[in-house]
Design a protein around this ligand. Structure first.
Ligand SMILES: CC(C)(COP(=O)(O)OP(=O)(O)OC[C@H]1O[C@@H](n2cnc3c(N)ncnc32)[C@H](O[C@H]2O[C@H](COP(=O)(O)OP(=O)(O)OP(=O)(O)O)[C@@H](O)[C@H]2O)[C@@H]1O)[C@@H](O)C(=O)NCCC(=O)NCCS
Ligand SMILES: Nc1ncnc2[nH]cnc12
Length: 300
């Protein structure tokens, strides 16, 4: 297997023309798989799986995630193509359900990326629709496309009671689950994650520090149904408060940020907390950086 995308040097377009051409479905889909690697490789990440820690999980590790990402590569390319072709929500949903089956087959039944299949899949479809319309890829246009093209279907979908642990926990506690977030145009991604990434890059933070700061902003704001599922409302509020405290103390720019994030990881693991939804949102923001919709990581 070739080295994961995050270990490969940032590729510059071979020719100036490449930098100007519209992205293909393959470009968009490959960026989604690479963004999932970005998220996995970020460490420390309280409660979550990294290359060196299983976080609060005893049923999955980095290898599980590598297998899942490899199994999802073609799906992200396919769903970007469906967006280019003007597919309706039902076609996207069928592709997403097939992708979930591929993920589960690759992981031995472990749910690594169900939320990412949904979130990043929809965003790839939005990007495909924008490319097809000759529109530039910006966060505002991505969100507008999501709401205009598939918002009504997502709102109808959000009415259906969830059968997932997170979705049921969200409903139990009166929180928004993934479907409702989508119907609102993923406010955490666009109103919190994108501005946080832009601010971190403008401050000159490194790629990893900018990702870490963005992750904590997302965890502070998101009603992450994974946290509610594993720790109830108390666990969700604990995690959100911990994220706010980390940011109030200087966030990822602080010299001791990594040690602080590591210490928080101990607390999260003691409570078996895992902010999987926030991780997916981080991957979505990393994807927007990779497709040039949001700033650019400093080349190391
Ligand atoms: C549309 C679905 C995602 C179902 O929607 P629903 O609202 O029922 O789902 P939720 O349970 O609320 O969320 C599903 C996953 O989405 C991530 N997530 C969590 N909170 C949010 C949020 N507020 N906004 C957006 N996304 C959110 C999260 O996914 C990540 O965590 C999972 C891994 O963590 P883990 O703790 O291991 O999870 P579990 O195994 O469930 O718990 P344990 O047993 O281990 O304790 C992993 O999925 C990450 O991605 C939520 O888990 C979707 O299921 C669906 O219906 N898909 C069909 C296809 C489709 O419609 N596609 C549309 C076009 S692409
Ligand atoms: N790195 C990670 N660890 C645990 N759950 C996740 N869901 C998405 N990314 C994850």
């Amino acid at each position: 297997m070739s080295s994961p995308a995050h270990e490969r040097p940032v590729r510059r377009p071979a020719r100036a023309a490449d930098a100007l051409r519209a992205p293909t479905a393959a470009d968009l889909g490959r960026a989604a798989a690479a963004a999932l690697h970005d998220e996995l490789a970020l460490a420390p990440k309280p409660g979550l799986v990294t290359l060196t820690s299983n976080g609060s999980h005893d049923d999955m590790d980095a290898r599980t995630f590598f297998r899942s990402i490899a199994a999802l590569r073609r799906y992200f390319v396919r769903i970007a193509g469906l967006g280019m072709a003007g597919a309706d929500f039902e076609a996207l949903e069928r592709a997403g359900i097939e992708a979930e089956a591929c993920m589960l087959a690759a992981t031995g039944g472990i749910n690594t990326h169900r939320g990412a299949i949904f979130l990043l899949g929809l965003l790839c479809a939005c990007a495909g629709a924008l490319v097809s319309a000759g529109q530039p890829l910006t966060p505002t246009r991505l969100r507008a496309t999501l709401v205009e093209r598939w918002g009504a279907a997502l709102r109808r979908r959000a009415q259906r009671p969830s059968t997932l642990p997170g979705g049921m926990a969200a409903r139990r506690h009166g929180l928004r689950g993934a479907s409702e977030e989508a119907a609102l145009g993923f406010p955490a991604v666009f109103d919190v994650g994108v501005p946080a990434m832009r601010s971190a890059l403008a401050q000159g933070l490194s790629r990893e520090r900018a990702q870490l700061d963005t992750f904590f902003h997302l965890m502070a704001a998101l009603d992450d149904s994974n946290l509610a599922h594993r720790g109830g409302l108390e666990g969700l509020r604990f995690a959100q408060q911990a994220a706010r405290g980390f940011l109030a103390d200087g966030g990822a720019a602080h010299p001791l940020a990594l040690a602080r994030a590591e210490a928080l990881g101990q607390d999260f693991e003691a409570r078996r907390l895992s902010p999987g939804g926030s991780a997916d949102m981080l991957a979505a923001v990393c994807w927007m950086v990779r497709i040039g919709a949001v700033g650019a990581f400093k080349v190391r």
